[in-house]
Every structure is written in structure tokens, then in C-alpha cells.
Ligand binder design. Structure first.
Ligand SMILES: CC(C)(COP(=O)(O)OP(=O)(O)OC[C@H]1O[C@@H](n2cnc3c(N)ncnc32)[C@H](O)[C@@H]1OP(=O)(O)O)[C@@H](O)C(=O)NCCC(=O)NCCS
Length: 341
């Protein structure tokens, strides 16, 4: 939780003479936490709150960078930070403010750097350090360079350094954001949904149908996170009735629609959305995404993000219909193959 923006509600030593209140809130970045005290960096400086006086501690989204709806008012950099806990990795490294992730090559997100803030070193030296970190793991260095939607990586100072070093631009991704209430409200209805904190063998079996996976690494990446939930629609649970299928067409226990949710830094992140090709265009992904947004809302989370490749027309149309708006974008820049061991 250290590093997140929080609201720390705690008891006052004596009731406020003006209002009679016995509790007060401190809002700011949690910069330290030990057995006795929390230190919160506020606009007025650091405030120490004794754990003995604490009645509630809640992680809240970063401070808005501009006016407007909260899901669009967060800065590009803060959204990149908020997205960090939403996808897993096997190993995480730190270089100044930059965050490095590795997962034996499974997923681009799990094997890339989020270069937000300062690495604490000149850029070229920082890039060399990153390359060495990935080389030690048998992986090419890969950076997620972010900017406003439509930005070109060479407009970014780090992007220009990487392109000058022979890096190639891979898939371009859009960050979409929405209020959880809007997405929950776009539920077309449908068959029973299960939302579980456990990664079940059935969920994993369906996930393996959706993409190439790596035994053990995939499980670790999917489970990684403080608050992760696995959503599924499986045969049974009214699926055949809802879709007008004969029972034999909707048999078995392997889910036909999946999505994963991870909560961190006051935001929910949706990922791994997939519908079995035989069940597409029947509203299942919309129903499951809406139910996960409702789950996040019930957990006190107001904002949701997801990432979609900019050429995935089906997914973009699904998410836009549910109230998601384009917030920003990023592109993966990958080291030349000769640098990979
Ligand atoms: C994208 C995907 C999850 C959609 O699943 P789905 O269950 O078919 O989606 P839904 O039936 O709930 O679609 C709801 C709405 O989204 C839009 N939509 C979904 N698929 C679409 C497509 N292929 N083309 C255009 N619009 C589409 C439509 O507006 C649709 O409503 P409609 O059918 O009434 O027109 C599915 O195509 C899939 O698994 N694709 C491969 C994995 C993937 O790309 N996942 C997303 C990663 S970010």
C-alpha cells in the first residue's frame, strides 16, 4: 500500500470544538508505514497517524490531473502507474521510478518496462541497465511508451532514444477507461456468471483456448495481485435457455466466456476477456464485463480501465458500447533481436 494515495480515517485526541466530530480524514500519498505509525504526505506536509487511532484506511485513485470526468481526468502517467498492479508478472524490478516486469516471455505486459517518472540516471544509461536486467533473464528489453491517443513514439524523449538504438515499434494499445457504474449499467443480462478469487482448472482450460500459455508462468501471472477475481460464464447456469441452444450444445464445465479483474490503486482493471468463437455475438462478453464492473463497484471502486490493441475492432466496439472512452495509448518498443541472448 505504501506508494498509493490513501484516505486515513482516525480518531481525534479530543472532539473538534467547532463541530464535535471525533474522527477526521487525512488524504495523501502513503509514504511510510511501520508497526506504530503511517506517514501520509499531504498538501500541508507529512502527517503521522498512529495505527492505534486508525479506524479505516482506503486506497483511492491518484489526484486528477485535469478537470472533467474522473475516468478521463487522471494523467497519462498516473494511469500507467495505476495499470501496474492490474496485470501480473513473475518478477518485478525497480530503476528509480521505472518498473520492470518479467514472466518468461508470457504476455507483453508481463515482460516490459513501464518507464513512468525518472529512472534516476541519464536515459541512455538507464536503457543499458534495463537491457542488462532483461538479458539476465533471457529476454529482450521492451518498453511500454505511453502518450495521448494517436501519439507517435518518436515524439517521446525515451521513444526517440530507443528508436535511435534500433528498437522496433510493436503492437499499439489503447487505454480505455470508464466509471464502474456506467459499465455495470450497460449489462444486457444473460446467463449465470461466477466471480471467484480462485483460478480454477476449468477457467485455466478455457484461458488456454484463448491464447498461447506457459505452464506455471501463466498461473503465476494470472494470480499475481492483491485483489484478483476470475469471472466466467459456463455451460449450465441457464446458458442454453438464454441462448436458445439445445442442452447438448451447451454441455461440459469449461467456461465459454472469461474475464479477469484486478483491483489496485483505487481502480479496477479488466483483462483476459474472451468468448468461445461458437458463442460470440450473443452478449456474453458484455454481460460478464458488466458483472465484473458491478463487482468492483460493490468493492467501493468507482473507476475501471482496460487495454485493447488498436486494431481489435470487435473489442473496441464492445467496450465503447459499454461506456468506455479512449484515455491514452501506448506502444511496445522492443530491443533489436541481436541484443537478446
Ligand atoms: C471481443 C470479444 C470478447 C467479444 O465477445 P462477444 O461475447 O462476442 O461480445 P458480445 O456478444 O457481448 O458483444 C456485444 C457488442 O459488442 C460489439 N461487438 C462484439 N463483437 C463484435 C464484432 N466482431 N464486430 C463488431 N462489433 C462487435 C457489438 O456492439 C455487440 O453487440 P451486438 O452483437 O448487439 O451488435 C470476442 O470477439 C473475442 O473473444 N475476441 C477474441 C479475444 C479478444 O479480442 N478479447 C478482447 C481483448 S481486449
Amino acid at each position: 500500500m505504501v506508494g498509493s494515495r490513501v484516505v486515513a480515517r482516525h480518531r481525534l485526541p479530543s472532539p473538534d470544538p467547532a463541530t464535535g466530530a471525533t474522527l477526521t480524514d487525512v488524504v495523501g500519498d502513503l509514504v511510510a508505514a511501520d508497526a506504530e505509525f503511517l506517514t501520509v504526505a499531504t498538501r500541508l506536509g507529512d502527517i503521522r497517524v498512529a495505527r492505534a487511532d486508525l479506524t479505516a484506511l482506503k486506497v483511492i485513485p491518484p489526484r486528477p490531473a485535469r478537470s472533467g470526468a474522473p475516468h478521463l481526468a487522471i494523467s497519462v502517467e498516473d494511469l500507467q502507474r495505476v495499470m501496474l498492479p492490474a496485470w501480473g508478472a513473475v518478477e518485478r524490478g525497480v530503476l528509480g521510478d521505472w518498473r520492470l516486469r518479467a514472466a518468461a516471455g508470457f504476455t507483453q505486459r508481463g515482460n516490459s518496462v513501464v518507464p513512468v517518472g525518472s529512472p534516476g540516471l541519464p536515459l541512455t544509461t538507464a536503457v543499458e541497465r534495463v537491457e542488462a536486467w532483461y538479458a539476465a533473464r533471457g529476454l529482450p528489453a521492451r518498453f511500454a511508451v505511453a502518450g495521448p491517443a494517436g501519439f507517435e513514439p518518436d515524439e517521446d524523449p525515451l521513444g526517440a532514444v530507443l528508436l535511435g538504438g534500433g528498437y522496433t515499434v510493436g503492437s499499439r494499445t489503447l487505454n480505455l477507461t470508464a466509471p464502474t457504474a456506467t459499465v455495470a449499467g450497460a449489462d444486457p443480462g444473460g446467463p449465470a456468471v461466477t466471480i471467484s478469487a480462485d483460478l480454477t482448472p476449468e477457467w485455466l482450460t478455457a484461458y488456454r483456448r484463448s491464447r498461447a500459455t506457459l505452464p506455471e508462468t501463466t498461473e503465476r501471472v494470472l494470480r499475481d495481485g492483491e485483489h484478483v477475481a476470475f469471472g466466467a460464464i459456463a455451460p449450465g447456469g441457464g446458458l442454453s435457455q438464454t441462448l436458445g441452444l439445445r442442452d447438448r450444445d451447451a454441455a461440459g464445465t469449461t467456461p465459454v466466456c472469461l474475464a479477469r479483474l484486478a483491483i489496485g490503486d483505487g481502480w479496477a482493471g479488466v483483462g483476459a476477456v474472451w468468448t468461445d468463437p461458437a458463442y460470440r455475438r450473443r452478449g456474453l462478453a458484455a454481460h460478464l464485463t458488466a458483472r465484473l464492473a458491478a463487482y468492483a463497484k460493490d468493492a467501493g471502486v468507482d473507476l475501471v480501465h482496460l487495454q485493447v490493441e488498436s486494431d481489435n475492432a470487435a473489442a473496441l466496439s464492445l467496450y465503447r458500447a459499454m461506456g468506455f472512452a479512449t484515455h491514452s495509448a501506448y506502444a511496445y518498443l522492443t530491443a533489436p533481436q541481436s541484443m537478446a541472448p
